[in-house]
Design a protein around this ligand. Structure first.
Ligand SMILES: *Cc1c(COP(=O)(O)O)cnc(C)c1O
Length: 452
């Protein structure tokens, strides 16, 4: 192995072997973190080690602790795989090592994110002049978009929160659905709006906010809705909520980590109708768009509010005429995260994206139908890509989940829904074929019958 070229060739060889064996290996990891950590390092080496040895150690030891989540039969946590074009773009961009914070530090970084932002808005059918930020995931996308909303609702009351903070600001009422995603509360906490200081709106049996039960709102206020409940996949009636609360000092935000992508599918877009009327949106790219971690999108109708909340001033910074990435994200120096979004959208095209979303939704229905036919109980309306199944009482369901994970054909996680233990099947990978669904279904039924 000589030099850098040899090292990179070796990396390609190892990565290709990983990807080639991915579809047939057990989906769960062979070794746990406790076992791996000692093998990956004792004390910090006094002298540096050769890169080739570091790589082989990473592959041979670390590889045993990988989950086949990029493979075709991983159905945990609403996890996408990685499209080949996005992986390749990620590798080349890592070699380029661009600082994508500004056009001066990386013209290609600024250009590619300009294009990727435009394509995202086009694909999701959201306003073309909305502000878009490439952030690390939906948690940060919610944080970023809500920072813009916080700015806007307080500016409507003459208070510049980004200059003066929340001190002496009018109180902001924050409404969330009873079934909001756990990470949304963290974003609210980081924004000084409080994890618990929220008004929780009642939801129906699928986790959808009930418009009629919304509290009467006086601004400044932010209503946090959801497109795609992480258990059921259900959508809040966002259009009707916008209608009900519209005012200058009220903003409606949509956490659409995976559900927002329903808008790309002619078959499933109706679920996400009305969402375009909201003020801000959060989506993950590393879930349904199938790009590598970490990648999320914050989109804000009022681009000026986003820019106002995120911009930085310093004597050495350029005076932007065009879209400068650092004016839209919480981060300043960062990698050109938008490159994988650009590559994914280019490689799928509008049709490929619609096919991916439509296929995964149909596959979730197939899971539900197959499990129901085998005598198991489906706990949700399978409207999108999520199916919740109970195999009997809670103890039995939990035992089946553990046994399915051990068996290794596929991987599904556990959750609770309406007071019951459930196995959650999330179909969101480009790599999942109908054959993978049949194989997984057969394995789940076999394991569940053995447990029962
Ligand atoms: C996954 C998810 C999040 C959190 O996203 P991260 O990418 O893990 O930060 C937030 N909201 C919903 C609805 C999700 O599904």
């Amino acid at each position: 192995m000589n030099g850098r070229r040899g090292l990179l060739d070796d990396t390609v060889r190892r990565a290709a072997r990983f990807l080639e064996t991915l579809p047939e290996r057990p989906v769960a990891a062979a070794r746990g973190a406790g076992e791996l950590a000692p093998a990956l390092g004792g004390a910090l080496p006094k002298e540096g080690l050769p890169a080739s040895g570091i790589l082989s150690r990473l592959d041979e030891i670390g590889g045993q602790g990988t989950v086949a989540s990029a493979g075709p039969r991983y159905f945990g946590f609403v996890t996408g795989g990685v499209l080949p074009a996005s992986l390749a773009a990620n590798w080349l961009a890592a070699a380029w090592d661009q600082n994508a914070f500004s056009e001066v530090s990386s013209p290609v970084g600024a250009a590619i994110e300009r294009v990727a932002a435009r394509w995202v808005l086009e694909a999701l059918d959201l306003p073309a002049d909305a502000g878009t930020a490439f952030v690390t995931g939906a948690t940060m996308a919610n944080f970023t978009a809500l920072a813009a909303d916080r700015r806007a609702v307080l500016l409507a009351h003459g208070h510049d929160v980004d200059r003066h903070g929340l001190h002496a600001a009018p109180e902001v009422t924050v409404v969330v659905g009873e079934q909001a995603h756990a990470t949304l509360f963290k974003a609210l906490g980081l924004l000084g709006l409080g994890r618990d200081r929220v008004v929780r709106a009642p939801v129906d049996d699928q986790g959808r906010m009930c418009v009629d039960a919304l509290p009467e709102l006086h601004g400044p206020a932010i209503v946090c809705t959801q497109a795609g409940n992480v258990n059921t996949g259900a959508f809040d009636p966002v259009g009707a909520i916008c209608e009900a609360v519209r005012a200058d000092d009220v903003r409606v935000h949509v956490d659409g980590a995976f559900g927002l992508w329903a808008r790309v599918s002619p078959e499933f877009a109706a679920l996400a109708q009305g969402i375009e009327r909201a003020d801000s949106w959060a989506a993950d790219a590393h879930k349904w768009l199938n790009v590598p971690y970490d990648s999320g999108l914050a989109i804000v109708r009022d681009a000026g509010a986003l820019r106002g909340a995120m911009s930085v001033q310093a004597d050495y910074l350029p005076d932007p005429e065009n879209r400068e990435p650092f004016e839209f994200t919480p981060e300043t120096s960062r990698r050109m995260r938008g490159v994988e979004v650009w590559a994914a959208l280019a490689s799928l095209g509008r049709d490929g994206l619609a096919e991916l979303v439509g296929r995964n939704c149909r596959q979730a229905r197939r899971f539900a139908a197959g499990l129901r036919d085998s005598g198991f109980e489906i706990l949700n309306d399978v409207a999108l890509n999520q199916a919740l199944v109970a195999f009997g009482d809670d103890r039995t369901t939990e035992e089946v989940i553990r046994a399915v994970q051990r068996e290794g054909t596929c991987w599904c996680g556990g959750t609770r829904w309406n007071g019951r233990a459930a196995m959650r099947i999330s179909v969101s990978s480009w790599a999942t074929t109908d054959d993978d669904v049949e194989r997984s279904l057969a394995a789940i039924v076999r394991v569940a019958e053995a447990v029962r």
